[in-house]
Design a binder for this molecule. Sequence first.
Ligand SMILES: [Zn+2]
Length: 419
Amino acid sequence: MEWSAYGVAERFMRYVQIDTQSDPNSTSFPSTEKQKDLSRLLLKELKDLGLADAEMDANGYVMATIPATMGTEALETIKPPVICFCAHVDTAPDCSGTNVKPILHQQYSGAPIVLPDDPSQIITVDKYPYLKKFIGKEIITASGKTLLGADDKAGVAILVSLAAYLMQHPQIKHGPIKLLFTPDEEVGRGADFIDFKKLQADFGFTLDGGQLGAFEMESFSADQLILTIDGVMAHPGAAKGIMQNAIKIAADIIAALPKDKWCPEQTAGKEGFVHPTRIQGGAEQVQIEFLIRDFDTSSLANYEARILEIAESVVHQNLHYNRSAVQIQVKQQYRNMKEIIDQYPQMIELAMAAYRKAGIEPVIEPIRGGTDGSRMSFMGLPTANVFTGMQAIHSKQEWVGVADMQQAVQVLAYMVEIN
Ligand SMILES: [Zn+2]
């Protein structure tokens, strides 16, 4: 089959020209109205493709169903799972998304690509070894002054192309397929107002991953910890034997944290960490904020107990701190989606079978962070993440190989097909 005929590159080039940057400082939802410019276009294109129930809600979410190609009776016998595919319309606030000018490089030569609007932006195979795979093939870059927006318009283009492909091939047997386009993923709010009741899906996949074969079903579990240190205040002129300075206690506690492990700068892969992110206060009281991260949720409590232990031992072992006090407060942030996904082995089997049928070796790696998928998994829709091809995301050197996007369309079509 001729995948390029389904227009994923053409759609992608159009979508990236629509500015959909989200704003972490906004209190409205979606955080920027302009995200709806793309959502409205998607709504029209999905309807034009024949997805009659396509709708955009007041929050800017677009939902649509690719109707089943099997009769009611066959559906009731086979009961295929209802799969939801999801992509986000917004682009990252890190880099401008205004006036994106996508450039299609046909038959990429392998030479450094100097971006025309800012010649200091040069994309090379040394910097991006994955680029070598695309020598002689098509890649798309921005022009130098903006990001490209492959994160996540590659995902958006893949989903609309899947709809186009399946609507034009009614002989491919499949159940109802849900498509969901969300705003505000980049500011961490993409899952906030998903109408799961209306969605009625059994499980989902976000199209928001990187290179060919990537498959992600595991994220950090995350807490925030606030350590409060209460010292003892006195007038500094009459403080002898009285004052216990919370700033000095805080410094000793930070100095007592392990330096060769435990921290983001010394951990990778499946290791967790403790990361002080912010300190505020004065001589009387100091608060230190920590991010606590691990793939194993039960380990979070160990890190938290250890921080308290270190803080208490600093206070107790120093006579000058004996009337000061420390306490911790823990706030849950998000949890490893694998805890949920493990309960749905069918979704992983189905995805892995589709990758292999497309001749793609799955590369399953944990995400050292959180995703909308991890939140969606705990909100009732187990959701893993599939590759799109996007590279060097959130930067002016962002690029994507067209073949990777086409292969993602193919994988999704294999995922839903019933033989
Ligand atoms: Zn993304």
